[in-house]
Design a protein. Structure first.
Length: 297
């Protein structure tokens, strides 16, 4: 089955005092490029996700994001930063001692005053053990990847239909070109004979055998049978690639370069209005098909 590199999927989950939302999307690429945006405070999460993506995907520029929100009422309890509190108390004692020495009476600081000072109280923004949360999150990854793969396969099925139709059109143009080349043959032979006759009538020291040899070589250089045969072989190879169940994007892209090479050679040899028209239509169609092939995994 042809698989597209274009896809999207989203998912949600909750547990361990958190809710989260997944999003994964991809576009075409020469290789597999992963861009992950996941919380870095959950130990081992990014590495585990990256490993699963590398096993599931062959090619594409893939972006995955994971957004976490802490459940209401699940905020971690505030706790005293003992080191900061010790420093604050020492500073207060020093201030009171200096005030007493100067004959100044200071108002007594309350516990609320002390706790309100910056850094004395802190909330645990990071769980001490993130393994349970990580495991819960990773449990939802297979379902996300299954949805993602389903969309890429659906896109691939539509892409396969487009490519198959383009291949049918290319095959029809190749057959049309073969007919035009055959129709061109007597006209080309007559033109060569007329050129030879004019040359013999107007040239001194004319060597008919030598000129005939050169004209024969010219006729060979204008022959397009090999190009048409190779184009037919390329069509068969492309259809075989569409039938495979493994990633074929790189092979397909190379094959499209070969298609284009033969079309260009056909045009350079045509020397015929109808054959040139067909060659231009063929080249345009191959360019269009090559753009579609860029999306094949």
């Amino acid at each position: 089955m042809t698989v597209s590199m274009t896809g999207f999927a989203a998912g949600r989950g909750e547990g361990a005092g958190h809710g989260w939302q997944w999003e994964i999307r991809s576009v075409n690429g020469k290789g597999l490029e992963l861009r992950l945006r996941v919380p870095d405070w959950i130990d081992g999460l990014e590495a585990a996700i990256r490993a699963e993506l590398q096993k599931a995907l062959g090619r594409g520029n893939v972006s995955l994001s994971l957004k976490l929100v802490r459940d209401e009422g699940a905020a971690p309890p505030a706790r005293v930063n003992r080191a900061t509190l010790a420093g604050v108390l020492a500073a207060l004692a020093e201030a009171e001692g200096m005030a007493m020495a100067a004959g100044v009476t200071l108002a007594q600081a309350t516990a609320a005053d002390v706790l309100a000072m910056r850094g004395v109280m802190e909330t645990g923004a990071v769980e001490e053990d993130t393994a349970p949360l990580r495991d819960l999150i990773l449990q939802g990854l297979p379902a996300l990847l299954a949805d993602f793969d389903a969309m890429r396969r659906a896109e691939g099925a539509a892409l396969r239909g487009v490519l198959a139709a383009q291949l049918d059109r290319i095959a029809a143009l190749v057959a049309e070109a073969a007919g035009a080349a055959e129709a061109r043959r007597p006209r080309a032979a007559q033109a060569l004979e007329e050129a030879l006759a004019r040359l013999g009538a107007n040239a001194e020291g004319f060597d008919p055998a030598r000129v005939a040899q050169e004209l024969a070589l010219l006729a060979v250089r204008q022959d397009v049978v090999e190009e048409l045969d190779r184009l037919q072989a390329h069509v068969a190879a492309a259809r075989a690639l569409l039938a495979q169940t493994v990633p074929v994007g790189r092979k397909f892209d190379f094959l499209m370069q070969e298609f284009l090479r033969e079309a260009n050679t056909l045009l350079s040899k045509s020397q015929d209005r109808e054959l040139t028209r067909i060659g231009l239509d063929l080249k345009t169609l191959i360019d269009q098909m090559r753009e579609q092939v860029q999306n094949v995994e």
